[in-house]
Design a protein around this ligand. Structure first.
Ligand SMILES: Nc1ncnc2c1ncn2[C@@H]1O[C@H](COP(=O)(O)OP(=O)(O)OP(=O)(O)O)[C@@H](O)[C@H]1O
Length: 631
């Protein structure tokens, strides 16, 4: 139905693939990815680490103190048992107790310092990166949005970035800390008993190899889980957002079935990983049991042979735990780090997507626009080989109204997209005041462009915020004037909170006419030089209609306006009407000229005239109304 109403301009045809930037990333982003290539990610990691090198070095030093002080307690057990308890050297006791107490306090203090330093730095990093990724995504071309689902992009900004914390935060320090403790402990174990250590070591190495294999199985399951999750969440968001359509078609059951399938896929995924995880837990317990039993056996023999004192045995067992724990931890930290690298890899891909204005060719800045718009033999294709517009030629003079009419899918929205610079002509050029839009800085152009769509895009915020959105720094007077001209004041001032009334999901629901008045106020405030209007295909009652017309007439005054027109009044008053069919302009002129031609335009016009008082609908849409009328 509506030409550009589906989810605002950015979301125009989000369901269809588009030409241009973003294609490669889109395909890759949804697929489960292989391990990130270290060579590619490392420079990115370095970029994150470099500004924090001081902090990381300090944390590293603190971590060494922390781990070393953790070893004092098990090391002193040997002296407590052998020298104090057995040999009765009570003079040593205060020293041991003092050393243990001091070491434990040091350990506590350094742990606290580490968390304070690193966790906070990690969180700060996430915030910075999130802001960076969001700002970047916001500046990517519309074609990128055509190719990527909103849910996936949200995941890129919120979830992927979260994982990166592990690279800077405690993850990496824990990793090195674990390695260090294990090496420390291993040396001490060798020092106590070479035989026992070698036996345990062989068992542990074999176990680690098995674990590594198990992780190879589990990791893809985890990756797949993230993918399923994004898909299910994406669909869920869409079906909740489109609840009116779902209910209108009584499709609740269809949606429930789609969701059930997704939820079950998720369940199967979780169950398969749970099986693997519990098998791993079983194996670890079994291995620990075997190692424990072996150590007892060997320890008793060595004690009997006079190679090992009781104290040394106890210390040995404690140190063994100190070696095994970090190894087990390493495995999980390793997974976290891999995930973090994969996340960073995806984040980097997005940050490498060229922004709309980053092309060095887009250097021409627009001065104040006068309002000449020319299509110079413009052809356009979204997908290579499938042309949508053919040799479009027209000129719109400053301050005039150009109405686009034609049947559904004929290319009206595409022409508008080209005027907005959302897409670039495949051949020919779109000129604004003689500047080719393909070489222009889009920021300088769009700051002078205004759009009023039939599906008004309202944020979850106050009426004031929604109007000021186009020019946040306007004065109160400018704001009130715009609200008055668009006749927003008439309804806004009736709410107890006036312009501070929250509209949208959390607040007051506005009628279709009120929403349109709000978006007209927004456009008036923006004071654009070029204006795009997408007229509603549904008729409003005559009172709302009149109010909107007043605001629109003011808004169109003196600006070059393009209307995807549905109101007969707009079409009759337009300076030029372009009749678009199958991507070509088949007729052009004023209403009187075109009507006299007795061609396509008059056919469309006559067909609708008797049907609806002031609506000019595409043939398909008109048919629907006729059918309804018959019922
Ligand atoms: N992002 C896209 N990717 C691929 N093809 C597209 C895309 N957007 C539109 N098209 C195709 O381009 C053609 C013109 O579409 P366009 O939206 O410009 O028509 P329209 O005249 O505005 O139609 P309507 O009045 O129904 O909104 C259609 O055949 C459509 O399928």
């Amino acid at each position: 139905m509506g030409s550009m109403g589906h989810g605002g301009m950015g979301g125009m045809r989000a369901d269809r693939p588009a030409r241009g930037t973003g294609r490669g990333v889109a395909a890759e982003m949804t697929a489960a990815r292989p391990k990130p290539k270290l060579r590619k990610v490392m420079p990115e990691v370095w970029k994150l680490v470099k500004p924090r090198i001081g902090l990381l070095s300090a944390s590293f030093a603190i971590m060494i103190v922390n781990r070393a002080s953790g070893l004092i307690l098990p090391a002193s057990a040997r002296y407590l048992i052998d020298d104090v308890m057995k040999a009765g050297n009570m003079g040593l006791l205060p020293k041991i107790v003092g050393a243990v107490a001091l070491a434990t306090l040091t350990q506590a203090a350094t742990s606290y310092a580490l968390t304070q330093l690193l966790s906070k730095a990690g969180q700060r990093l996430i915030t910075e990166l999130r802001m960076q990724v969001q700002a970047h995504i916001g500046r990517l071309p519309v074609a990128f949005y055509d190719e990527n689902r909103t849910g996936t992009l949200v995941a890129r900004i919120m979830t992927d970035v979260e994982g990166v914390r592990n690279l800077i935060g405690t993850g990496v320090i824990d990793f090195f800390g674990g390695v260090l403790t294990a090496i420390f402990a291993f040396c001490y174990l060798i020092h106590l008993s070479v035989q026992m250590t070698l036996v345990t070591f062989v068992i542990l190495v074999v176990f680690a190899l098995i674990l590594q294999r198990a992780f190879k199985v589990i990791r893809p399951i985890f990756r797949e889980r993230a993918r399923i999750n994004a898909e299910v969440t994406g669909r869920l968001t869409e079906s909740l957002g489109g609840v009116r359509v779902v209910k209108g078609y009584h499709a609740e059951q269809v949606e429930a079935d789609v969701f059930a399938k997704g939820a079950e896929r998720l369940l199967r995924n979780v169950i398969s990983s749970l099986t693997a995880q519990s098998l791993m837990a079983l194996a670890s317990t079994a291995v620990l049991g075997v190692v424990g039993a072996l150590i007892m056996y060997l320890g008793a023999h060595q004690h009997a042979a006079g190679h090992l004192t009781e104290g040394e045995y106890v210390t040995y067992v404690m140190f063994l735990a100190f070696m095994i724990a970090p190894i087990a931890q390493l495995v999980s930290i390793g997974t976290q780090l891999t995930e973090a690298l994969a996340g960073l890899d995806r984040t980097t891909d997005i940050l490498n997507e060229p922004m709309e204005d980053s092309d060095p060719e887009r250097s021409t800045m627009f001065p104040k626009i006068v309002g000449h718009v020319d299509f110079d033999n413009v052809s356009f294709e979204y997908e290579p080989g499938k042309p949508v517009l053919h040799n479009i030629e027209f000129h719109s003079a400053p301050g005039t109204v150009t109405a686009l009419v034609g049947s559904s899918g004929s290319g009206k929205s595409t022409i508008i997209s080209l005027i907005c610079g959302f897409h670039t002509a495949t051949s020919g050029s779109v000129m604004i005041d003689g500047i080719d839009l393909a070489f222009a800085n889009l920021g300088s152009f769009r700051s002078q462009l205004g759009v009023v769509l039939q599906e008004t895009f309202l944020f979850d915020g106050t009426i004031r915020e929604n109007i000021l959105f186009s020019r946040p720094h306007s004065t109160e007077e400018e704001f009130l004037t715009a609200a008055h001209i668009a006749r927003v004041d008439e309804f806004a001032e009736r709410f107890p909170d006036g312009y501070e009334t929250i509209v949208g999901e959390r607040g007051v629901k506005l009628s279709g006419g009120q929403r349109q008045r709000l978006s007209i106020a927004r456009a008036i405030l923006a004071d654009p030089r070029i204006l795009i209007l997408d007229e509603a295909t549904s008729s409003l009652d005559s009172e709302s209609e009149a109010m909107i017309q007043n605001g629109l007439s003011y808004l169109m005054e003196g600006r070059t306006t393009f209307v995807i027109a549905h109101r007969l009044s707009t079409i009759r008053n337009a300076d030029q009407i372009l009749v678009v069919e199958k991507g070509r302009i088949v007729e052009r002129g004023t209403h009187a000229e075109l009507y006299a031609l007795n061609g396509r335009y008059s056919e469309l016009y006559n067909r609708q005239h008797g049907l609806e008082a002031n609506l000019f609908l595409a043939p398909g849409e008109g048919d629907k109304i006729e059918e309804v009328a018959k019922i």
